[in-house]
Design a protein around this ligand. Sequence first.
Ligand code: T5A
Ligand code: NA
Length: 215
Amino acid sequence: MVQSRGALIAFEGLDRSGKSTQCQLLADHLRTQGHTVSNMRFPNRTTPIGLMINSYLAGQMQAEDHVIHLLFSANRWESAAEIERLIAAGTTVVLDRYYYSGIVYSAAKRVDGMDLKWCRQPEVGLPRPDVCVFLDVDTEVAKRRGGFGEERYENAEMQGRVRELFAELQARGRHEGDDIVVVDAGMEVEEVQNRIWRVVDGVVDGVVNKMAAEE
Ligand code: T5A
Ligand code: NA
């Protein structure tokens, strides 16, 4: 029997939309169904590039806008081969932020020439998710959750623009092949979790069954 590949699932959303909470819950849920699951998050602050990004986000380091954009992208490329290896070996990989954030946060800064199209270029060729779950939460709701306001980009103006640009990316995605599914994340953790499972279970089954059908 051919080993079926794992699914690649990305989570996106505004700061404090509950991505890390839901990535963890989803991984546990998929494991109880017998899947092997690996979680990754971006930025991955543990590598030398990730440490620079962390300093930048904490406001301890300045960086030219194109430079920090490329560092965020390089930080994904550092893990690209590992992601490919894991899914090929049958592990489902759950990503806490991915290139959608890379594109949208940089474009939201409104730097001359750094539009969505420019920002996407360094991301082209990275492993493409089977689905991207966008956790949609009102900026006001996010603000009330713990810790909001400590890092760069965590202000209402930036978050508002990020929210608009995610919507634009989603609309374009229908044409450009990025499959973004919006889930209302303003409710209780359990309710959000159930909505996510309804989306993801179907995608994971699709990946596994497709492989089985091709055998
Ligand atoms: N960025 C990132 C770029 O500019 N370019 C890039 O390429 C990438 C990858 C750091 C920043 O970097 C930017 C985007 C970001 O501004 P990060 O480390 O992912 O990115 O930081 P955050 O998104 O800010 O991560 P957070 O941990 O703040 O938010 P999460 O993961 O969305 O939220 P979570 O699960 O940690 O929950 C936050 C709080 O809310 C509670 C939790 O218990 C926690 O206290 N909570 C809820 N409360 C009520 N109801 C619910 N349903 C809740 N769910 C969670
Ligand atoms: Na997080």
